[in-house]
Design a protein around this ligand. Sequence first.
Ligand code: SAM
Ligand code: SF4
Length: 362
Amino acid sequence: LRSVKSFEEILKQGEFSQPDLVRMLKAEGADRTALFSAAAARKEAVVGKKVYFRGLVEFSNVCSKDCLYCGIRQSNSKVVRYEAADEDILAACRFAWENRFGSVVLQSGELSSSTFINRVDQLLRQIKALSKGELGITLSCGEQSRETYQRWFNSGAHRYLLRIESSNPELYGKIHPNNAHHSFEKRLECLQLLKECGYQVGTGVMIGLPFQTMDDLANDLLFLKQIDIDMVGMGPYIEHEDTPLYAYRHLITSKQERFDLALRMVAALRLLMPDINIAAATALQAIDPAGREKAVKIGANIIMPNLTPSAFRKDYQLYEDKPCLDEDADQCRNCLEARIELAGSEIGYGEWGDSNHFSRRQ
Ligand code: SAM
Ligand code: SF4
């Protein structure tokens, strides 16, 4: 008879099979506690106690795509579209630099016009200049050509976030319109292009989507390992009533369950890929006010305080109950500091906080 591995034995392994990961994602009671403490210990041993801030600037909600889950999709005519002025974007970046955040993330809807590409390029140069080259810059502006990625890299961006959303092509097809503008293959190709251009590459998935299974999520974790990713941002899927996916809300679990599943995903990923950067997703905080700190305790090491000019925050509603709508940047920083300390970590001020995994891969 083949002996069945105990959960404790699984956690001590260096490699994990798909069934091992499914067991982690379903862990409850004592097993859940053991998973969280194993991941916390692994994190401290490999990446240490520091949490790095990336100031998030959502500089435009204009988007040419129609992802079926996203509140700012092009077809949502209720959204008031904005493009923040250069001076406001630069002021947010200056705030990040003066407060020694280390890095900023410029995020937007996806556009491919030359006006947009040139604008991002200019912003990158200006941010580098105002921070004397000190601020690290991450971009999250969707799918672009190799030339555009390379151009932005050459102008100062060195990390890029592009979530695969789901590594199951069939599920990807269900949550995106069925056209060439929303192709799974293109998404994969972009992740490869980003790597070839020299970026530290981040991807991730939404957790608790309609039609998604535990097998899908375990496969997502194996996918992240297989593509040798440097950084991951993944969080719960949260419904938005003005999106097509809202019609399938009867197929999703409660917000609390999605939240807890997201924590188990973070812990399992820390065990699977101990040296990568893992962000505590903002969507966690939309469900539980202390959500990001809980993720930091059990494996995450990156937090993205929102530095979007407050006038625009209500218009960047990807999902319902998005947090910090009326906070200014100072309040945001103070509140986070207190929370990180509560989570037993310290903030890596003034450091880029590059992924150890990326440094090893060079
Ligand atoms: N447009 C770029 C892109 O799609 O890569 C960057 C901005 S997009 C708003 C950033 C991420 O928001 C997406 O990758 C997606 O995972 C997440 N997102 C969108 N709608 C969401 C929802 N309803 N619940 C949770 N996350 C969502
Ligand atoms: Fe646009 Fe990104 Fe939202 Fe898709 S997820 S609709 S690309 S902003």
